[in-house]
Design a protein around this ligand. Structure first.
Ligand SMILES: [Zn+2]
Length: 65
């Protein structure tokens, strides 16, 4: 699906940093540096970014009807 707007655990808005983070990782950037640059200091917010996979384009092929 899409990245959650806020962190599940602490509620900090994080979605605005996702496109830049994804771009940095696509260029083969360092994960730690990319997370630091996105301003994610807490482990809960960092875990949301590390565990996320954009699956909306895959899932939307199988809609009902
Ligand atoms: Zn958090």
């Amino acid at each position: 699906m899409i990245i959650p707007i806020r962190c599940f655990a602490c509620g900090k808005p994080i979605a605005q940093e996702w496109p830049a983070f994804k771009e940095a990782m696509k260029k083969g950037g360092d994960l730690k540096k990319a997370l630091d640059k996105a301003g994610l200091k807490r482990q809960c917010c960092r875990a949301v970014f590390m565990g996320h996979i954009d699956a909306i384009d895959v899932i939307s092929k199988y809609k009902r009807g």
